[in-house]
Design a protein around this ligand. Structure first.
Ligand code: SF4
Ligand code: SF4
Length: 423
């Protein structure tokens, strides 16, 4: 069954979400899967990787959505934004054609379906130690934990498989699942609309990159949108090498387009603290290189995680990428930090952010429909923050404790960078 890129999600209940039907995120070193990256993770049966998209809890979530019920399991993120009057990811994604499984054409209440978007976190090799990340995704955090102990990482029970009770799989089991994933891709890549590869830092995952490129040489997927998330700070030779290889795939007609998504939250010293390992100058050089690529080949995006520490210099980040979107579109997507509730801006009273919001909106472009969608998503986040009228001192104490420990480990000084958050 080939994908239909003009087909819209047909289910119209108050809670139904195209991602719940069409999207699977997979963590191969944990053996888990979720519907989108903010939903709860469920175990993938280790001897039956191919069932990842239709594990029992996902089926139950789809049945709830058919009834117009919020299913829980992480979808509270969208529920809360919508209940605050904002524009959620669910609303955004339901407006995008081509993401719906084609089984819904035959039966619009079908709950056993084939994914259209597959997002894969393959392993944890990474050159960064972002403050909201953990050792299952970053080998540098893993090393740091070995040196200092892991009392502040991981943040919650979220990292564990439900059973057996281990946070990540053994090397052998991960390898086995990795092979099952590639077998699944061999058989199904031509049914996918989007394939997202993530890390760690994806441009450091050479086996993943080379095998995927090789597979797409053998199995042309003319409509496929291949998407890579990167911190834009891998060694130059790999960044350019893989972009050239993917460009060749596109020139041969083996993929429809390449989405290169830069993970970056704010700008300057604050960004280099939050995404420890980041060199903003190097980031901008690579960003400029990507922005020079033909627009019909490479779609350039910025993906931001919003937390108390990223708010202040978000306008500087937007002004940076505005230098490059005069002659081409740059996608802009923002989401609230996941998993570490004390990092969320809502732990401070809304007045803390009032002026920053004005600066954010005045730096954002508004000419195109995509620009307007980005503003709508941003205003959804603002609606959630608006609900906080007083500081949450308990959470703020946790925040201080966490960053004091980060400073101890990294010889950094967060109070110098965010004096206004010391209350
Ligand atoms: S969290 Fe939102 S976007 Fe993700 S599956 Fe749930 S409703 Fe859909
Ligand atoms: S770049 Fe990504 S994987 Fe690496 S530490 Fe940051 S968030 Fe984690």
């Amino acid at each position: 069954m080939k994908q239909d890129l003009d087909y819209y999600f047909p289910i119209q209940t108050q809670t139904a979400c195209t991602s719940k039907w069409g999207w699977s995120t997979i963590w191969l070193n944990k053996g888990t899967t979720s519907s989108c990256h903010r939903c709860h993770e469920f175990n993938i049966p280790l001897d039956d990787f191919a069932s990842f998209h239709n594990v029992p809890r996902k089926i139950k979530n789809r049945q709830d959505m058919l009834q117009g019920i919020w299913p829980g399991d992480g979808c509270e993120y969208c529920r809360d934004i919508e209940q605050a009057g904002g524009f959620s990811d669910r609303m955004h994604n339901n407006d995008i054609p081509g993401m719906s499984p084609l089984e819904l054409k035959q039966n619009p209440t079908e709950v056993y379906v084939t994914p259209t978007t597959l997002e894969v976190f393959a392993e944890n090799t990474c050159n960064f130690k972002c403050v909201y990340c953990n050792w299952t995704l970053s080998s540098r955090i893993e090393q740091e934990d070995k040196q200092f102990g892991s009392e502040i990482f991981p943040p919650s029970g979220q990292l564990k498989r439900q059973s057996p009770d281990d946070a990540i799989l053994s090397k052998e089991k991960t390898k086995d699942l990795y092979e099952q994933f590639f077998q699944w891709l061999e058989d199904n890549v031509q049914k996918l609309v989007r394939l997202h590869l993530l890390g760690g830092e994806t441009f450091l995952h050479h086996d993943l990159m080379n095998r995927t490129i090789d597979l797409l040489e053998r199995k042309p997927s003319t409509g496929l949108q291949l998407c890579i998330f990167s911190n834009f700070n891998p060694p130059d030779k790999y960044f350019k090498l893989y972009i050239d290889k993917i460009k060749y795939l596109w020139q041969q007609g083996n993929i429809g387009r390449f989405d290169l998504t830069a993970s970056i939250d704010c700008w300057g010293p604050q960004a280099e603290y939050v995404r420890f390992g980041l060199d903003c100058k190097k980031f901008e050089e690579n960003f400029a290189f990507a922005a020079e690529q033909p627009e019909d080949f490479l779609w350039l995006n910025v993906n931001q995680t919003v937390s108390s520490f990223t708010m202040k210099t978000m306008p500087d980040l937007i002004n940076m990428f505005n230098k490059y979107n005069k002659h081409r579109h740059i996608g802009h997507y923002a989401m609230l930090v996941d998993g570490f509730s004390f990092m969320r801006p809502e732990v401070f009273a809304y007045e803390t952010w009032e002026q920053t919001w004005s600066k954010i909106y005045s730096s954002m472009r508004s000419e195109s429909i995509d620009d307007q969608q980005a503003i709508k998503i941003m205003s959804g986040l603002q609606s959630v923050m608006r609900k906080t009228t007083e500081h949450n001192h308990k959470q703020i104490e946790k925040l201080y404790k966490y960053y004091d420990e980060i400073d101890r480990r990294r010889n950094t000084h967060w109070r110098d960078l965010w004096p206004e958050l010391v209350i």
